[in-house]
Design a protein around this ligand. Structure first.
Ligand SMILES: Cc1ncc(COP(=O)(O)O)c(C=O)c1O
Length: 427
């Protein structure tokens, strides 16, 4: 889409005044005087999330063990309830969505379910730029089958170190590939892959395909009824603001409900017979059949709060604002910051980018420290990326303007030179 922006702060104020999502900002805990641009790492706490945690605590105080059965088993079935609230984010049926464990374990679960290597078809296709845990999980699944990742894990190389070409992914889908596992949005460059095309090409060749939605869920709506992937995983603590280490998401296409879960556990059993304590596992014919152990209610409750905000706002409106805000940020960067050696590392086209801007600079690490001292919270990714994520539900256009104003001052005065380049425990 073509956007038209103006340079001064009055224009940012005008955009805020016209913004239909501006009212949601007050539902989040924003630190006064600071600008939060790290919602793609850990989303801010909302009052709604807090209220749902307190509700669980009250129920625990009042009901003790009966917390599971009170209110017609509301908390025993809570994962189904959250699946129903999450499903609209990806236009899936509610039975196809559940919440469980963390993303890494859910990758294991998806691959353990679908990866049945044969002598001819035994490779898992990944990409060169994906997040390390995805690759670790894929390699360990390959090793569990007695195969060598050096042979059985095939990685599509990036041509430019930022993005992966769809053509290269498709060309790598050779006859020996059993499964493809890719990120919807690249964590560093924010590249959004053409999921529909890649999924269709995989299926044309009889290949199973799973997607990691960690950097898209809550920023980019997906239409899984149309894309029709086999499985997907994601974390709920980034744009979805469900809290540090919040329970993760899992999607399983309904055509696979009859498959045997690769990682089984008693909470995946059909609910009506779970407490008969049979040793024969009879899994639920839904994504819930992939549940394993007892669900962590305290890490699930905040997700309900934030999903209710998303349902009120609408994921379509969130994407519209996110695209406009990131386009505005790119406009300001190009008009004010390129003179200092900054480069925009994310794709420019709306349909090819997620919710953050990937700002590259040789001094990215020290610039991030200078930003933090000025109460701007960015995110650094090796080797040279400042990730900036305006989150539509709580970032204002004035925040975006002020961020660029502060960056301009930091660069003009070389404020970053006062900081050390040594990395900490969590960069
Ligand atoms: C693409 C991607 N996959 C997986 C993870 C890690 O997920 P978890 O720590 O919940 O297992 C992240 C975390 O940032 C991520 O960005």
């Amino acid at each position: 889409m073509q956007y038209t922006f103006e340079s001064g702060i009055a224009f940012a104020s005008k955009l805020d005044a016209e913004d239909p999502l501006f009212k949601f900002r007050e539902r989040f805990y924003l630190s006064p005087g600071s600008i939060y641009m790290d919602g793609n790492s850990l989303g801010l706490c909302s009052k709604d999330a807090e209220a749902y945690i307190l509700e669980v605590i009250e129920a625990w105080k009042k009901e003790a063990i009966n917390i599971w059965t009170a209110n017609s088993g509301h908390y025993f079935l809570y994962q189904d309830h959250l699946g129903k609230l999450l499903a609209p984010m990806i236009n899936a049926e509610s039975q196809e969505v559940t919440v469980m464990a963390n993303t890494t374990l859910n990758i294991h679960s998806g691959i353990a379910t679908f990866y049945k290597p044969t002598r001819e078809r035994y490779k898992i296709l990944v990409d060169d730029l994906n997040f390390p845990t995805d690759i670790y999980a894929v390699c360990s699944q390959v090793k569990l089958k007695g195969l060598d990742p050096a042979d059985a894990v095939k990685s599509v190389p990036s041509r430019d170190g930022r993005t992966i070409e769809e053509e290269d992914i498709i060309a790598a889908m050779t006859d020996d590939v059993a499964l493809v596992f890719l990120p919807a949005v690249q964590y560093r460059s924010a590249q959004l892959l053409d999921m529909k095309r890649i999924t269709a090409e995989a299926h044309k060749r009889g290949i199973i395909i799973g997607w990691d939605l960690c950097h898209s869920i809550g920023a980019v709506p997906h239409d899984f009824a149309d894309i029709d992937p086999d499985f997907a995983v994601w974390c709920n603590y980034k744009y979805l603001s469900a809290g540090p280490g919040a329970i993760a998401g899992f999607y399983l296409n309904k055509k696979h409900f009859g498959k045997e879960p690769g990682l089984a556990g008693w909470h995946g059993n059909k609910k009506e017979s779970q407490f008969q304590m049979e040793h024969k596992f009879d899994h639920a014919l839904s994504a819930g059949g992939w549940q394993t152990g007892t669900q962590p209610l305290l890490s699930m409750a905040p997700l309900e709060g934030v999903l209710r905000i998303y349902l009120e706002a609408g994921i379509g409106a969130v994407r519209k604002k996110s695209l406009q805000q990131t386009a505005y940020l790119m406009y300001l960067i190009e008009s004010r910051l390129v003179q200092y050696g900054f480069q925009i590392g994310n794709p420019r086209e709306d349909q090819r980018r997620g919710g953050h801007i990937s700002l590259e600079h040789d001094e990215a690490f020290r610039i991030c420290q200078a930003l933090r001292q000025r109460k701007v919270i960015p995110d650094f990714r090796e080797p040279n990326v400042v990730r900036l994520a305006p989150v539509a539900l709580y970032t204002s256009y004035e925040d975006v303007y002020n961020l660029v104003e502060i960056l301009d001052q930091i660069m003009k005065n070389k404020e970053y030179e006062a900081f050390d380049d040594a990395r900490g425990l969590v960069v």
